[in-house]
Design a protein. Structure first.
Length: 187
């Protein structure tokens, strides 16, 4: 099933906390991620820099949508040698649409997403959270909201995560590559 967002048609992926997103399951090996990602398009595997000695070697799997002119990856998956797949980042422009209890999380203007999350929390009498950078999102330890510049707008680029080897939280597990998108700071 597809979801139209602006000029880009997005696949709809489901999210299951601590299980995975769409065809990707936490704990998968690099080869399993590449095989599962074939439903989206082509993959490119590269090794991540070891910025922190506490983490085992980690690979980045960029998944580019089939039929889309050369562009940013629709999905970036991070796979640790010890933990397997631990982080799935959905690109704000090309990524699949993933909803959290009916709230679309991918490619949204972050201020509009914040309004929706606050309204949801008030209506459902539940909590929501802010990242240390000030991005609002669901109060789910498996979702870390990030910002990605989309023209003049800061769009939502959610990371769906589990903790990796040697980390205490998902925030601690965040790949250093996710602090910067397209060579620009996302903060």
């Amino acid at each position: 099933m597809a979801f139209k967002a602006g000029a880009v048609e997005r696949d709809l992926w489901s999210y299951s906390p601590a299980v995975g997103v769409g065809p990707l399951r936490f704990g998968m090996t690099v080869d399993e991620v590449v095989e599962a990602a074939e439903v989206v398009g082509q993959t490119k595997v590269s090794e991540c820099a070891r910025d922190h000695a506490i983490f085992s070697p980690t690979w980045r799997v960029d998944v580019h949508r089939r039929g889309v002119a050369p562009s940013l990856p629709a999905v970036t998956a991070y796979v640790s040698q010890v933990a397997g797949l631990f982080c799935i980042a959905a690109d704000a422009v090309y990524g699949p649409q993933v909803a959290y209890d009916g709230i679309p999380l991918v490619g949204r203007d972050l201020s509009e997403l914040e309004s929706d999350v606050i309204a949801y929390a008030e209506a459902m009498d539940v909590q929501f959270c802010y990242t240390p950078e000030g991005y609002a999102g669901p109060d789910d330890s498996g979702v870390v909201m990030r910002g990605q510049l989309v023209g003049p707008v800061l769009g939502s680029r959610p990371l769906f995560m589990v903790t990796r080897d040697g980390a205490n939280t998902e925030w601690d597990s965040m790949p250093s590559e996710e602090y910067r998108v397209n060579g620009q700071s996302v903060a």
